[in-house]
Design a protein around this ligand. Structure first.
Ligand code: UDP
Length: 433
């Protein structure tokens, strides 16, 4: 009988990091029934409803340990979301260490796998004589940036966003400095320092597990393998996405059942992306002006684009729509508050396009279902994903933002019509799904 292999997996708070590492764990256990995995889960205050609902579905063969939550109140409100997650993990390090110590007193720990935001955890691997692996829930292009950042940091003076020439990461589509992840936009910020620290830590691991796949990012993956020169082992295990199953009672799915094939634009900004009131108005008018069918997952406005990432708003988002919008668009559109079963929505035959903030999970889910996109990046590394989708893979259109960072209604209507009308071929056949 095969010997039991014990692995500890450390996630970071935030739905879109929690889900892919746990889905990875599920697959690991399916492929290797002799593995025993313990998931260690830090949290910041009470987890958002989406995370709570997901955690309730954990199978019994995943042994999970929830760490004492870190209190939100100790951080100022304006701290960048990535830094907040990082600080949560740092404050959880003593309890993570305690759990690992207790585990390894009972069994030999073979490996430690940590989400990229929990990189400090891998320093414990030596103490417990365990192998160490980073789990990157993003793209190979982002990993490539992380690995090159220490060099870029030395070579570039001034802000990356002011660079005249695009940055060429090996095997990746060229990127303007302004399209680099949000923390790199201000090099004197704490968020940048923490990002750089993470970048430097990547090379200490025995391997990097990444949620991408060759067919989507062959250039970047091959270049990373060459760069690692056998020393950094790369494991592109993707695409790992949540498995969706139809829910007879779900209003969105039943509404989609009644729409024509490939006719609906799905509009959603991830697990916690938010727009300003001004932008909500423009988007509503743009959707109306386009005359296309839509399913819009709406959140209450917020001054920060990641405003609902770690904590959902309490207000009813529908209150923030322009007057009469719901009545005027009721034949064509459906607006739902805060959440939709996205994997099932994207897999529905009525959906022909996705206006997305380009989070990596949404990107993978859309590409897997063959749904073309309109890119609307908000924070984190979403602008990089948008460039890959539009300039690299050529499966997305990029609307133009005005000087105030707003996409105006005419532009929205134009780009929606370009995407949705392109879905119907000359002979009337549709080629989106
Ligand atoms: N999601 C969902 N319903 C929603 C909004 C989001 O199921 O209404 C899921 C989506 O399918 C994806 C994840 O939440 O798996 C969002 O992850 P992503 O990386 O796209 O964005 P983030 O949440 O990090 O901004």
């Amino acid at each position: 009988m095969a010997k039991t292999i014990h692995i500890a997996v450390v996630s970071s708070p935030g739905f879109s990091h929690l889900v892919p590492i746990i889905e990875f764990t599920k697959r690991l256990l399916k492929l290797h029934p002799n593995f025993h995995v313990t998931c260690i889960i830090p949290s910041l205050g009470s987890p958002p409803e989406s995370s709570k609902a997901y955690l309730k579905t954990l199978p019994s063969n995943i042994h999970s340990i929830f760490l004492p939550p870190i209190s939100k109140e100790q951080f100022p409100q304006e701290v960048y979301v990535g830094l907040l997650i990082q600080l949560t993990v740092i404050l959880s390090l003593p309890s993570i260490h305690e759990v690992l110590k207790s585990l390894s007193s009972k069994v030999r720990l073979t490996a430690l796998v940590a989400d990229v935001f929990a990189f400090q955890v891998l320093e414990f691997a030596k103490e417990f004589h365990a192998l160490s692996y980073f789990y990157c829930p993003g793209s190979a292009m982002v990993l490539s940036l992380l690995l090159h950042l220490p060099k870029l940091d030395e070579e570039v003076s001034g802000e990356y966003k002011d660079l005249a020439e695009p940055i060429k990461l090996p095997g990746c589509v060229p990127l303007l400095g302004v399209d680099l992840p949000a923390p790199t936009q201000n090099r004197s910020s704490e968020a940048y320092k923490s990002f750089l620290e993470r970048a430097k830590a990547m090379v200490i691991a025995d391997g990097i597990i990444i949620n991408t796949f060759l067919e989507m990012e062959s250039g970047a993956i091959r270049a990373l393998e060459e760069r690692g020169n056998g020393k950094i082992k790369l494991y592109p295990v993707g695409p790992i996405t949540q498995k969706g199953s139809d829910n007879e009672a779900d209003g969105c799915l039943r509404w989609l059942d009644k729409q024509p094939n490939c006719s609906v634009l799905y509009v959603s900004f991830g697990s916690g992306g938010t727009l300003s009131q001004h932008q909500i108005n423009e988007l509503a008018w743009g959707l109306e002006l386009s005359g296309q069918r839509f399913l819009w997952v709406l959140r209450a406005p917020n001054s920060s684009a990641s405003g609902a990432y770690l904590e959902a708003a309490k207000e009813d988002p529908l209150e923030f729509l322009p007057k009469g919008f719901l009545e005027r668009t009721k034949e064509k559109g459906l607006v739902v508050a805060s959440w939709a079963p996205q994997v099932q929505v994207l897999g529905h035959s009525s959906v022909g396009g996705f206006l997305s903030h380009c989070g990596w999970n949404s990107t993978l889910e859309s590409v897997l279902e063959g749904v073309p996109l309109i890119t609307w990046p908000l924070f984190a590394e979403q602008r990089m994903n948008a460039v890959m989708l539009s300039d690299g893979l050529k499966v997305a259109l990029r609307p133009t933002f005005n000087d105030d960072g707003i996409v105006e209604k005419e532009e929205i209507a134009k780009v929606i019509n370009s995407l949705m009308d392109a879905e119907i071929g000359q002979d009337g056949s549709s080629f989106c799904c």
